[in-house]
Design a protein around this ligand. Structure first.
Ligand SMILES: [Zn+2]
Length: 305
């Protein structure tokens, strides 16, 4: 059985070592984890999540009466904060999630990046392109999703603007031209079916309880006395999202075509372990998860489709 997130982590480290624009990336600052994404359903292939964004400005939610439009209540003031993820005692700066098994079954056909690749036999290169794409979203100064600069020093609003997709394809070429060990990227040649039949399937690092994972969260702050706020009812609903994660929150899960499977409790493993012997839980531990709605791209994260 293959540890797909461990293989991706190793591949990303090799790419960073061989592709100059990505050489600033130390994979000790990046954690790759897996989410369920069914092949037949639409949704992201992978997502880059930034954990280094500072807290947002304070804000409120307001509720209006549907008929009159009058403000009837408001939330307590809050700021949006990034969760903390600490692995082996070191804070993680970015997460890259992959949707399994959908990621394994992507191809260049009908994708926006197909025009940058000419060799029809290299359909698996769509996966390598997605890996480079997510790494390229990491900002060189680690302060969010990379922004695309115009020639005049201002930035494009779109994170895939300018030559972003073309530059990703160029970096894929630089990587392959550097003659990397085929064992480092060879797993990308397999579809989910051939990974199942040839290797006994795939597992990946996930957060527990599945399918939860670290996301920006709302933290209530105190009202300021000089704020000019309407005298209306204040809704106080504390955020119950988990905000700190460590190694103890990571588990290996097996990803099947339509579901995932966990072991009973956490599994001792290293992300360097590319091959694992799976000791699964009982069939009763299999869980079906509904397809999550696609979230719009935000500054804290960006997705590849
Ligand atoms: Zn993207």
């Amino acid at each position: 059985m293959l540890n797909y997130t461990a293989l991706l982590t190793r591949l990303m480290g090799d790419i960073a070592a061989r592709v100059p624009p990505l050489s600033f990336i130390d994979m000790a600052d990046v954690l790759v984890f897996a989410r369920l994404g069914r092949t037949w359903a639409s949704g992201p292939l992978a997502t880059c999540h930034c954990l280094t964004l500072p807290p947002s400005e304070r804000g409120y939610y307001f509720w209006r009466d549907r008929a009159s439009g009058a403000i009837t209540r408001r939330s307590a003031p809050f700021v949006m904060k990034s969760p903390e993820v600490t692995i082996a005692g070191r804070p993680v700066k970015y997460l890259i999630s992959v949707a399994l098994p959908r990621f394994c079954d992507q191809s260049l056909a009908h994708s926006r990046k197909a025009r940058f690749y000419r060799r029809a036999e290299d359909l698996w290169i769509a996966k390598l392109d997605t890996v480079v794409h997510e790494l390229y979203h990491i900002a060189p100064n680690w302060d969010g999703i990379r922004r695309i600069e115009r020639g005049d020093g201002t930035f494009l609003a779109e994170y895939h603007g300018g030559r972003f997709l073309e530059e990703v394809a160029e970096m894929v070429g630089v990587y392959l031209d550097s003659k990397p060990d085929p064992l480092t990227y060879g797993f990308l040649r397999h579809t989910f079916d051939t990974l199942e039949t040839g290797f006994g399937g795939i597992v990946g690092t996930s957060f527990r309880p599945f399918p939860c994972y670290p996301q920006r969260y709302r933290e209530t702050v105190h009202d300021l006395e000089d704020e000019d706020l309407p005298d209306i009812k204040v809704e106080r609903s504390p955020c119950c999202r988990k905000v700190r994660f460590t190694d103890r929150d990571l588990v290996l899960r097996r990803f099947l075509s339509d579901t995932t499977q966990s072991a009973n409790g956490p599994v001792a493993f290293s992300t360097d372990d590319a091959f694992v012997t799976w000791v699964s839980g009982s069939p009763a531990l299999q869980e079906a998860h509904p397809q999550r709605a696609d979230a719009p791209a935000r500054r804290a994260e960006d997705v590849a489709r």
